[in-house]
Design a binder for this molecule. Structure first.
Ligand SMILES: Nc1ncnc2c1ncn2[C@@H]1O[C@H](COP(=O)(O)OP(=O)(O)OP(=O)(O)O)[C@@H](O)[C@H]1O
Length: 697
């Protein structure tokens, strides 16, 4: 055992070092504040103002757990690891190494068998600016046997996993595990899919990977990075993680948010949503847009300044063909079509004009040659009649003459383009479309009835095909790297929407095929991704469940095996929690029983997960305000809302009703794996067979 004085001296060494680090951080903050004030006062350099403002925010956000580790290397070097790099001076050795730097990697990956030059790994637990605990691991077996070093403090991982939940995710930078760190630092440039069971840290890993990529690929800061999550509640839940890692320039969005200006106000039946999510909807949208062009068949008559101009259907078809071959979206190709048509109309008008000349008294003389141009003989006749004709600059003096030069013809084309009747006639042939029109036309649904979640990817697809954003005022941006969380829920059409925002296909996709609850979602990553990225995607797996204790995972086994024979249940990292329980009641008594459970609950955050039909009744019974706030001590929510979240205690209501949804078994699995400590089930009537392992209380 290390002596008390030995431990004390280790603490005082680390406390002294930590105090020095904070002093350096404070100095950097002061310097950033001064530079910001100077830039603001000068008022000229907006880039400098923005830079120092962002720098100040970055330095403020690393206050908590600034330094959390130390590596003692076999060559005698000592490396302190923390949230950012700190240097005494530009060229000196760092006081603190950013956790993302290569030299920090062994902090996460070194083992006794592969120590990567590390002799001792020390985890430093702090609160505020005070050292609370030191936790040492010796990676040098010889020294360990002689007892020359010592282990100090509580295991940081266990402490992190057993801490009370707050409704906000925390970063795991101090306790990232080796299999997670490998994914965080993976240099794969294409689509990296992280598959893993509940609680394996997929979300945490994706967020840390994003922080790592922003550090190692600084160009991403200007290209922008995007996180797509299932709900706003989920995005709020993870919202503190990246700022805590010093990264603020990240956009978060649900699928609906990616389509600016759209509000989801309608719910489709699962069957309809599944149909709308299918990949072949893209073909239907393209066809609907193509068929809006009506150029075949009848000759086209266009009236301009009381003259009727008749165009041959073949001319219109040729114009449409040229426009279609320009490779532009519909609304932009329409401009090419209009241009071609106006050229044709102007030509017809010019031909007609040049085949008719007028005397000074306004009388028409038919002086046209066979090709509609004025020949030398015509000109002589016209001159004799007193008509003055200005030959165009490009006219050959010996050849047929033109009345209109290029400028005149351009003016004529402009006059045609500005003419309401002409525009109307051309619009009939190649109408300008809106995304709303196209999608409403597909399902014969009036746009006024509002849009469902499954409509959003269709609107976005239509917007891409026609070339105008759904909301004329706001266009969707593209990003240098995109993270998609709960990615198993995305339909084929939603994938198309996300991929349009990531032209480089640099993506981190995290999800679990056993948690899919959207009927249009994924049952195979390959089937979902191959049509878009061919084989430029790679699978990484996480296998250890850090959230859910073994006792709870054990009761999900029957449910899991019955529906996912090909997948493996993740292994729980900890056991010893309370055994799950179930309680039978009646439908009428349900609100009363839940209120009783809530009243008796005192320890940590509690979630009541219920199928939608009971939601309003239970919220009313508990007098809960409506918008869901995941930080409340008691929350009532449906399985879809619980995705990605976690709570100290979970009570599942009426599991049989949850199982009636199309992928209800996955919903129930999601609900059961949200608990970090306790799971209870309240069921009106007999329990579903899949839950027979749960003891009745
Ligand atoms: N290395 C770690 N150290 C500390 N906590 C961890 C670690 N890995 C995961 N956790 C914790 O485990 C919990 C589950 O992590 P996370 O939500 O990322 O898992 P997930 O795989 O996305 O889960 P699900 O698919 O169920 O939504 C979180 O509280 C997270 O902080």
């Amino acid at each position: 055992m290390p002596s008390r004085s030995g431990i004390d001296s280790e603490f005082s060494i680390e406390q002294g070092y930590l105090t020095g680090l904070y002093a350096r951080l404070d100095a950097m903050r002061d310097q950033a504040a001064t530079r910001l004030a100077t830039a603001r006062a000068a008022g000229t350099d907006r880039d400098a103002t923005a830079f120092w403002q962002a720098e100040l925010v970055r330095l403020e956000s690393v206050e908590d757990r600034l330094c959390f580790g130390r590596l003692d290397m076999r060559d005698g070097r000592r490396v302190y690891i923390g949230r950012l790099g700190l240097f005494p001076d530009e060229d000196d050795e760092p006081l603190l190494v950013d956790w993302r730097a290569p030299v920090a990697e062994p902090f996460y990956t070194a083992t006794m068998a592969a120590p990567h030059g590390v002799r001792r790994r020390r985890r430093i637990t702090t609160r505020g600016r005070v050292v609370l605990a030191l936790d040492d691991e010796l990676l040098d077996p010889d020294t360990a046997v002689t007892g020359g070093d010592r282990l100090v403090g509580e295991g940081a991982l266990v402490a992190a996993l057993t801490a009370d939940r707050t409704g906000r995710m925390r970063d795991i930078v101090t306790t990232l595990q080796a299999e997670q760190d490998r994914i965080v630092r993976d240099a794969y440039p294409g689509v990296l899919v992280v598959q893993g069971g509940p609680g394996t840290g997929k979300t945490a890993v994706a967020l840390h990977r994003l922080a790592y990529l922003l550090y190692t690929r600084p160009y991403l800061r200007t290209r922008g990075v995007l996180i797509v999550g299932p709900t706003q509640v989920f995005l709020d839940y993870i919202g503190q993680v990246l700022p805590g890692l010093g990264e603020h320039a990240v956009v978060t969005a649900t699928i609906a948010d990616l389509c600016p200006g759209m509000v989801v106000s309608r719910t489709d039946s699962p069957e309809t949503a599944e149909v709308k999510g299918r990949a072949d909807m893209a073909g239907r949208i393209a066809e609907a847009v193509r068929s809006a062009v009506r150029t075949a068949g009848e000759p086209v008559e266009v009236v301009f300044e009381q003259q009727t101009i008749r165009l041959d259907p073949r001319d219109c078809l040729r114009a449409a063909d040229t426009a279609a071959r320009a490779g532009l979206p519909h609304n932009q190709a329409r401009l090419v079509f209009q241009q071609r048509m106006v050229d044709l109309l102007a030509q017809r008008l010019t031909d007609r004009l040049e085949s008719v000349a007028f005397t000074e008294t306004g009388e028409a003389i038919d002086g046209g040659s066979a090709d509609g141009r004025l020949g030398a003989a015509d000109l002589r006749a016209l001159a004799a009649a007193g008509v003055v004709i200005h030959p165009g600059q490009d006219d050959d003096v010996d050849g047929p003459r033109r009345m209109l030069d290029e400028t005149d013809r351009a003016r004529l084309r402009n006059a045609l383009l500005a003419d309401t009747e002409v525009c109307h006639a051309l619009d009939e042939l190649w109408p300008r479309l809106t995304a709303r029109q196209v999608v409403a036309g597909l399902f014969a649904t009036p746009a006024a009835t509002g849009w469902s979640a499954a409509d959003i990817p269709l609107l976005d697809e239509a917007a891409a095909v026609i070339g105008d954003p759904v909301d004329a005022a706001r266009d969707g941006a593209t990003y240098g790297h995109v993270v998609v969380d709960e990615a198993q829920e995305l339909s084929a059409m939603a994938w198309r929407m996300v991929l349009r925002r990531c032209p480089t296909r640099s993506m981190t996709i995290v999800g679990d095929l056993a948690q899919t609850s959207d009927p249009a979602g994924a049952s195979s990553w390959d089937r979902m991704l191959r049509p878009h990225v061919d084989d430029h995607w790679r699978l990484a797996q996480l296998t250890i469940n850090y959230r859910t204790p073994a006792e709870i995972m054990a009761v999900t086994t029957d449910l899991f095996i019955a529906h996912h024979p090909g997948l493996r249940l993740p292994r729980s990292v900890r056991a010893g929690g309370e055994p799950p329980w179930r309680r039978r009641t009646t439908l009428a008594d349900l609100p009363h029983v839940i209120a009783e459970i809530v009243a008796a609950h005192s320890d940590g955050q509690l979630a009541i997960i219920t199928p939608p039909p009971h939601l309003a009744r239970l919220r009313a019974a508990l007098s809960l305000a409506t918008p869901l706030d995941a930080t409340d001590p008691v929350v009532v929510l449906v399985p879809g809302e619980a995705k990605g979240l976690e709570f100290d205690s979970v009570v599942i209501v009426d599991p049989a009703a949850i199982l009636t949804a199309p992928l209800g078994h996955n919903d129930l699995y999601v609900a059961m794996t949200r608990a970090t400590r306790r799971l209870g089930i309240v069921h009106p009537g007999p329990p579903p067979a899949e839950l027979s392992r749960v003891r009745e209380s």
